[in-house]
Design a protein around this ligand. Sequence first.
Ligand code: GLN
Length: 567
Amino acid sequence: MHDLQELLRALIPGLQLSLIMAKFIFVTGGVTSSLGKGIISASLAKLLQARGLKVTIQKFDPYINVDPGTLNPYEHGECYVTEDGAETDLDLGHYERFLNIFTSQSNNVTTGKIYQTVINKEREGAYLGKTVQVIPHITDEIKRRMKLLGNAGYDIVITEIGGTVGDIESLPFIEAVRQLQWELEEEDCLVVHLTLVPYLKAAKELKTKPTQHSVKMMSENGVHPDIIVCRTERPLVIELRRKIALFCNVKTEAVIEAADAASIYEVPLIMMREKLDVICLKKLNITQYQEPELSKWKEFLDKLKYPKAKVNIGLIGKYIELQDAYKSILEAFVHAGAVNECKVEVINIHSEFITEGNVDEKLSNLDGLLVAPGFGHRGIEGKILAVKYAREHKLPFFGICLGMQMSVIEFGRNVLHLDAHSTEMDPNTPHPVIDLMEEQKKVTAKGGTMRLGSYPCVIEPGSLASKAYGSNLISERHRHRWEFNNKYLEQYHQAGMITSGTNPESNLVEIVELRDHPFFVGVQYHPELKSTVENPHPLFVGFVNASKEFAEKKASVRTSVLQKETI
Ligand code: GLN
C-alpha cells in the first residue's frame, strides 16, 4: 500500500490520498485512567464528520480477555453489542451515539484477540522455523488490525488506545504506533495525547508536571505526540499552554484545554472552540473540507439545556452504584428526554433492597419505571415486586431483556396464579415461563455464545410498539440465552399480556405488552444500544412521553384536590 501511495503521488501531484487509503489519528492517554479518552475521540470524530469527512473510530484494549463479554460490570462497566454481534467495550457506544454510524467486530481489538490470531497462525505453521516474538509478530498483527479499516472507504480512522501510557500491557500497542509513524507518510498519521493537568488547592495552581512526565514516557517509547489535550478543572491560561508546549515539544496551538463539561454532548463544541479539528486537518494536510455542519447537534443541545418539564424515572437494577453499568440506558434517556423537551431524572433503585414492605414507599414518587437487564439470581425478587407495582398502579413500565423476563414471571405468578419462574434461576420450576433457548441447550463455552447482535422482529399492528416505531418490521440487538416459553403464549394472550413482537424465522417472542395499561412494554432485545443523538430510540421516546403524561395527570389530580380543600 505504501509503495502504491508513493507511485500515485508521483503520478498525480496533489492527489488527496484519503481517496485511496485513510489517514490515521491515534489517541493515547496519560497520567490516569478515566480522563474521557472515548469522549475526546468521539468528539474529534464528530467534528471531522461535520466537516464532510468519512470517519470511523476503533478501540484497542490492552487486556487479555478476547472480548469484554466475560467481564462483569464491576470490572468493565457495560458490555456494548454491535450489529454483527460483537461484545465490545462501552466506548463503542459513545462512537455510535456521537457519529450515528454502526461499528462492528473490527472496531474493538484486545490483546487477547491479537495473541489468539498469532498463536492460531503459529499452530497452522505460518511461521515455521521462526521464533514467534512480541516484536515483530505481535506488533505486526496489531498494525494489521490498526490499518484494517483504512481500506474500508474512510477518510480518517481514529484509533483509541485503552489504558494509560506506562502500563506494561500497553507497550506493544505504543510500539505499533511508533512503527506505523515511520511506515506511513508524515501527513497520514498523527498522535493525540490526553493528559490531566490537576489543580492543587493548597498551592492554588494548575500543575503541568504530570503531563510533562507522561509525554516524556511516550518519548522514551519512541512516540511523540503532535497534540496534547489537557483535562482540567480550571482554565489553561496561555502561560501554561506555552510551558507545556515548551517542555513537551509541540506548538502552543497544539496544547488544547479540555475543561469539565456539564454534558458529554457539549465536548464536540468545546473542542471546536479549541480548534482541535483544524489542527488535525492541518497536520494531516487535508484541504477539502466544509464548515462544520452541526445544526442537528446544536438543536439537540438546546433542548437538553432548556427542558420544559421533568419526570422521575426509576431505574431498577443490581449495579446501580456503578456509573458505567447501564451507560447506554442512561444515554438513551438523555436523547429521549431532549426529544420530549423534558429532563429525565433517573432515580437509581437497588433491586436487592426492594421488599413487599417498602415497595410502595420506594416507587410512589416515580413517573415511570425501567427494569434493567442482568444475569443470575441476585435482586430478581425486587425486580418482580417493582413490575407488580407498575402493572397495578398503571405506572409506565419499560422492561429490558431480564426486565422483560421479570414482567413475564410477575404476570404468570400474580395474574395467572402459576408458580412461575425462569429456568435460569430455578431449573426445576413447575412453570418455566422463561426457558433456555433450544440452540443454547448444547452450549457450554462462555465467550461469545449468547444470542448476539441484530435480528429482525415483526410487530403487531395497533400495538404500543407499532405506534412507537411507526413500522411493523424492525431490527434490534440481542444478548441473552433465555426466552419467553411459547407453550404459555395462549394463556398469556387470553389474560391480557400480548406478545406484540416476534422473530419471523424462529418465532421467538421479542416484545410483550399489557392490553389495559397506558404504557407497559417489555423487550427481549436491547433498544438502548441503538439510540443516538440524531436518532433517539422510538421506544425510549414513547416511554418518556408516557411518563410525562403520567406526571401531568398526577399534578392535575393534586391541583384539583388542593382546590377542593380550599373551597
Ligand atoms: N439473563 C437473561 C438471559 O440470558 C437476560 C440477559 C440480559 O438481560 N441481557 O436471557
